[in-house]
Design a protein around this ligand. Sequence first.
Ligand code: ASP
Ligand code: MG
Length: 444
Amino acid sequence: MARNSIAKFGGTSVKTANAIRQIGHILTSNTTIRVVVVSAVGGVTNLLVELCKSPETTRAALLQKIQDIHFNLAEELILPVQDQIVQAVRRLNNIRDLSSPQMIDFALSQGEDLSSLIVQAYLVSQGLEVTHVDIRKFLITNDHFGKAVVDLTATKHQMTHFPTGLCITQGFIGSTSDGRTTTLGRGGSDYSAALLAECLNTDELLIYTDVPGVYTMDPRIVPSAHLIPELSFQEMAEMANFGAKILHPATLEPCIRGQIPVRILSTFEPDKPGTIVTVTERQNATPTISAITMRQGQLLVTIKSLKMLNAYGFLATIFSILARNKISVDLITTSEVSVALTIDITSVGSHAVNPFISNQALLDELMEFAEVVIEEDLTLLAIVGTSLTIPGIIQKTLGIIESYPIRLVCYGASNSSISVLVHKDKAVTMVQMLHQQLLGDAGV
Ligand code: ASP
Ligand code: MG
């Protein structure tokens, strides 16, 4: 049994009075938990994003909706927090420029402020001694609003002052060193919890969600998908990167640095063993396929230039332009005169937009020396496992989907994944075929 742990509860785990009561049960039966990290109430961050985008005329209705969601929870749990809820809604109402990235982050942070307030009030009402900690004082980031980068040195330093005893705090948000609220990108609460686990030297990170662990594929898409009892960090990292919604991809970094195992558990069935992500690498000589993931919203950018022929520095130029525009590239393949790369529009940050549509200057800059073709409506499928570079695996995988068009394949850079970019309309069928033949009921 771990001596101390950090527990993160996602949006669905704080969405209903019943879910919040479950948190109370979990804390009373698992006394290793030292810090509780919460997401905003499920759906609230989306409403806040909508609020920031909406015209003045529809704002009042959205604010009312946000207020009602929290009022209802407080009422059902009999908590005297109405005043604080009204204050948060007033803060939202008072924001003058809802289009500025800094103000958007401030608006989004109200979701986690409210959920942590409500959960703390509930836990206190149940006789638990829980301190509410404003994470802004501890999690220090740069000022890249929407997807701020954590300043680990400053954060570690601040965390030496983190209160002892059971605490509750907000996920997803942080602050610049001069006190302006930032967000870590959508789904960032997992990452916040992992950073806390690292900085506070915890033995285990518990991610409580609405499913009892990690599945071989999303069971809503592949009904025969099954639970994976154990995964390596490498496999989990590939899964998170390739779209398994269960964990924010950045979560594992702090856990790998701190050698902290992660357990993914269900808030609603907390006694089930869940999935453990272990620090120990599996040294398999035989390939093992653990899961298949699917990630929508992919852009394929093909950059072609005859100047690339026998030239050097072409890739460096492209990547420095992308880096300057803070665009992260996922997959890349090259030929003599072209480069194809994928960009995940959903990962651009809390304010996700297609960077090639919103940023004409970026396109112009690339088009100065190359032909640029952008394809949308693509989905990335990834086969995740161990020792996948062993002969036969790639042939087998592509053989299963040989009658379907494939736009790009990435294989060989990692032992743990094979990724295939396909058209979104064919993705589900292809994933079902792959799952059935590679993972079936018993796996390979
Ligand atoms: N509330 C934030 C979001 O919806 C962060 C999180 O849930 O992890 O993206
Ligand atoms: Mg999440």
